[in-house]
Ligand binder design. Structure first.
Ligand code: NAI
Length: 390
């Protein structure tokens, strides 16, 4: 509420812009505006954010850029209120020049809302909350802090794979209940060594996951991606590309999803594809919830077609209390490794994406070129090859 109030009151301030009683000189920037409205949609951190200032991606700590932005005469609105036409997000998006959102609590930029914006910055990685086609048509640049949290996610994938294969969650819950029945756990616990593991999407995160899997001595590492891995990566990782999706999933004991959400991946993992998975395979999805069909995954886990499903991304965020993925289980009562969306927002990651966001803004204000890897949509065209084959 503090951030929202502050944002709204600053939006009401008269021109010329004042800061601490001083009139600010107009600042040159790429748009030619003296001071621009920058709108950030972040998640509420509550007590945790007050106690831990390194929680930079919260409405309370505001990516650590408020005083820097205000010192240059810009108006900075920060909110977590993003749903509906009366939300702070939808009110201020009308005349904001820059939108900053995090994938952890995204402000959904639809075609209707994308009218006057010039730049969208994703504080993190993954820009599916933006209508990218509309951004192309309207010359809105879409920039990400590419690479800022790929290690964080790859580590989380490793944890998810291990906790499913080793049946960790039911084992820990048993301990908390005061019980001790080793066979109830061991009957569904395996080693990772000797398994066939595949990544759907072999970009930055997929490749890091393959690198981290190699020392576990898998039987084979596979990948499915329309962009082939570079030759040096194939040589280093020994990963084999499978070009047909059904063929790919039918060979894997464990599948990790590391592709962005776009029209080619939405609902890709559904009942039809799950039939082609090996019986009792494990599925880990830290990419985007909507890549998997919610009901079909829950049914596959219930029937034992999947032995486990883990990840941190949901088709709706925050996930409602009755979301099936909160409670779904395999026939033995385990196999669920779901968490809230946090794999890419460790404190290490927050430091990197906050710094990267600031750098992107600085480049924009000064009319400097952006880091090519950070450009998803440049002026009028897709620059990234990751959001579908175009
Ligand atoms: P990247 O752009 O480096 O790699 C994505 C890869 O997916 C590319 O090689 C692309 O060709 C491939 N791909 C796209 N469509 C595909 C399809 N239909 N089938 C197979 N492969 C396909 O992106 P990066 O950094 O590896 O991130 C991947 C995704 O992970 C992000 O877009 C985001 O959605 C998610 N992510 C999740 C986080 C979390 O906190 N859970 C944090 C960071 C990223």
């Amino acid at each position: 509420a503090f951030a929202i109030k502050r944002g709204l009151s600053s939006s009401a301030s008269a021109t010329p812009r004042m800061l601490n009683g001083h009139t600010l000189a107009p600042t040159a920037n790429h748009s030619g505006n003296a001071g621009m409205k920058i709108l950030a949609v972040l998640y509420k951190g509550g007590e945790a954010a007050k106690q831990e200032p390194r929680l930079l991606g919260t409405v309370e700590n505001q990516l650590g850029i408020r005083s820097w932005l205000e010192s240059q005469g810009h108006e900075y609105i920060v909110t977590d209120d993003k749903e509906g036409p009366n939300s702070v997000f939808q009110q201020h998006i009308k005349d904001a020049e820059v939108l900053i959102t995090t994938p952890f609590h995204p402000g959904y930029l639809t075609r209707e809302l994308a009218k006057n914006l010039k730049v969208c910055v994703t504080a993190g990685v993954g820009s599916d909350h933006i209508d990218l086609d509309a951004a192309v048509e309207r010359d809105i640049q879409v920039l990400e802090v590419t690479g800022s949290n790929v290690t964080s996610v790859a580590e989380h994938v490793m944890m998810n794979i291990l906790l499913l294969v080793r049946n960790f969650v039911p084992a820990h819950e048993m301990i908390e209940r005061g019980e001790w029945r080793v066979s109830d756990i061991a009957r569904n616990a395996f080693d990772l060594e000797g398994k066939v593991i595949g990544t759907l999407g072999a970009g930055r995160i997929g490749r890091l996951v393959l690198e981290r899997l190699r020392p576990f001595n898998p039987k084979e590492l596979l990948y499915y991606d329309y962009n082939p891995l570079p030759a040096d990566a194939v040589a280093k990782l020994g990963a084999r590309r499978v070009e047909d999706l059904k063929d790919f999933v039918s060979q894997c004991d464990i599948i990790t999803v590391n592709a962005p959400l776009h029209e080619g991946t939405k609902g890709l993992i559904n009942a039809d594809l799950l039939k082609h998975f090996k019986k009792g395979a494990y599925l880990v999805n830290t990419a985007r919830g909507a890549i998997c069909n919610t009901e079909d995954v829950a049914a596959a886990l219930k029937s034992g077609q999947l032995n486990g499903y883990a990840g941190d991304v949901w088709n709706v965020q925050p996930a409602p209390k009755n979301h099936p993925w909160r409670y779904m289980k395999n026939p033995l009562g385990g196999g669920n490794g779901m968490t809230p969306h946090y794999s890419g927002t460790t404190l290490d990651a927050q430091a990197r994406y906050a710094a990267g966001t600031k750098q992107i803004l600085e480049n924009y204000f000064q009319g400097k070129a952006q880091e090519p890897a950070n450009i998803i949509v440049g002026v009028g065209k897709y620059e990234s090859k990751s959001y579908g084959q175009r």
